[in-house]
Design a protein around this ligand. Structure first.
Ligand code: ASP
Length: 424
């Protein structure tokens, strides 16, 4: 049986088991969760998390060195960041529009008296940008500071290109290190069906059915906006800019989406989403290894959608009207919040506080959606990483000519070196 099928079966069985236990026996759920579901999920998350930092480091060094020329890196970087910003702005607008249309905050009674949420201090975006350059790269590696690791790896890649033959050994070492990591991704993926089963059973089994019922309309609006964004925005971008069939795109990428759905973490899914993009979507390694780690860190369209819907929902519940200017502020802050949101579970909700504060809405409103956010986090994370993969496909298509030329040059160089060896 194919791995994709196995992962999907794991997802389905996990959801079904969680749901049945949730309805019929919370005692049995507690026991099974403690001794089976949670351990399975934890082992899987640790297995993939173990590979994230080395993969980001190695693959970005290789990607930068593979592009060869800082100008090319600049061009790809510009395209990537423009795509990320544009799609995030579209995502949040879809969220806002659907929330205005369906009015989830006016459907049902919401008791705001008990709503409580302690806003954690969200890291200011200016500071994130200022902190891009790691003061200590080893600290960045041990704490898993993705943006800093990316910047450090780009510097190393540029240096290896400039030094050429002199540092050939290090480049080879990184190349082999990367192969080792990719081999391990393949190995770890064999455990994915069991891991996703455990994670989904825990997530669904521990949800209060009453909370889901009360927040049903809100959840439907968020999921609808996610589906519209994935199919329409990514679908048309993949079709028109990436020159690929959108159905093929989603079908090939579905194993990674399944893992994102179960882990609720773009970062943890990164090794798998990169492998899927390279092997199944045929994105060249030099593009994938640059676009996807960056996207997993700064591009969160699914999260932006939730923030758009949540803002309108909270405004409706609290009877506040948002002016056109305030809506624009929401779009802008949500785009910035998406850059600052780390690709780990639940951070989107913390960043929502920043969006609400920007238009003076009560942060306690988050208390209303807190209970069911875990479920929506799964869905939005799957969209978050699909946006990165769509961008990788599009950048690869637009760089086709240049990449072919680089490859040709490399092959010629190799041939030259070989003829040199023979003549010696
Ligand atoms: N869980 C999301 C991710 O990792 C971030 C969030 O929205 O909380 O992509």
């Amino acid at each position: 049986m194919k791995l994709t099928t196995k992962i999907l079966i794991g997802l389905g069985l996990g959801a079904l088991t969680g749901l049945i236990l949730n309805i019929f026996s919370s005692e049995l759920f507690a026991i099974l969760d403690r001794f089976l579901f949670t351990p399975l999920g934890k082992i899987f998350i640790s297995l993939i998390s173990m590979l994230v930092v080395p993969i980001v480091l190695f693959s970005i060094i290789l990607g930068t060195a593979g592009l060869g020329d800082p100008k090319k890196l600049g061009r790809i970087g510009f395209k990537t960041v423009s795509f990320f910003l544009a799609t995030t702005a579209i995502a949040i607008s879809i969220g806002l529009a659907l929330a205005y249309l369906i009015k989830p905050g006016l459907m049902g009674q919401f008791d705001t008296s008990g709503a409580k949420f302690d806003a954690e201090e969200a890291p200011p975006v200016g500071e994130t940008l200022l902190n891009l350059i790691p003061g200590n790269p080893f600290e960045a590696l041990t704490t898993g500071n993705m943006l800093q690791i990316i910047v450090f790896a780009i510097f190393i890649g540029l240096a290896l290109t400039a030094l050429g033959e002199k540092t050939r050994g290090i480049l080879n070492l990184v190349e082999q290190g990367n192969q080792v990591m990719m081999y391990l991704v393949g190995l770890v993926m064999k455990f994915a069906p069991y891991g996703t089963f455990g994670l989904i059973a825990t997530a669904i089994g521990s949800q209060g059915i009453d909370a889901i019922k009360a927040m049903g309309v809100y959840m439907i609006v968020v999921v609808l906006a996610l589906v519209v964004h994935a199919l329409v925005t990514y679908g048309s971008a993949v079709y028109f800019l990436g020159k690929k069939n959108p159905f093929w795109f989603f079908k090939q990428f579905s194993p990674a989406m399944g893992v994102a759905f179960s882990t609720s973490s773009s970062n943890a899914t990164l090794p798998i989403s990169m492998e899927t993009a390279q092997k199944k979507l045929r994105v060249p390694e030099s593009v994938s290894s640059f676009v996807q780690p960056l996207g997993a860190t700064i591009n969160m369209d699914g999260t932006a959608i939730m923030q758009g819907v949540a803002t309108v929902f909270i405004a409706q519940v609290f009877g506040a009207d948002l002016t056109m200017g305030e809506l624009l502020t929401v779009v802008l802050t949500a785009v910035l919040a998406s850059i600052g949101t780390a690709g780990v579970p639940g951070v989107g909700l913390i960043m929502l506080a920043m969006v609400l504060q920007s238009v003076g809405l009560p942060v306690e409103g988050i208390g209303l959606i807190l209970g069911i956010d875990r479920l929506l986090d799964m869905a939005r994370t799957a969209v978050n990483i699909s946006g990165d993969a769509a961008c990788a496909v599009i950048v690869a298509e637009s760089e086709k000519k240049h990449l072919a030329r680089t490859e040709e040059k490399r092959v010629n160089n190799m041939a030259d070196n070989r003829s040199l060896e023979y003549s010696e």
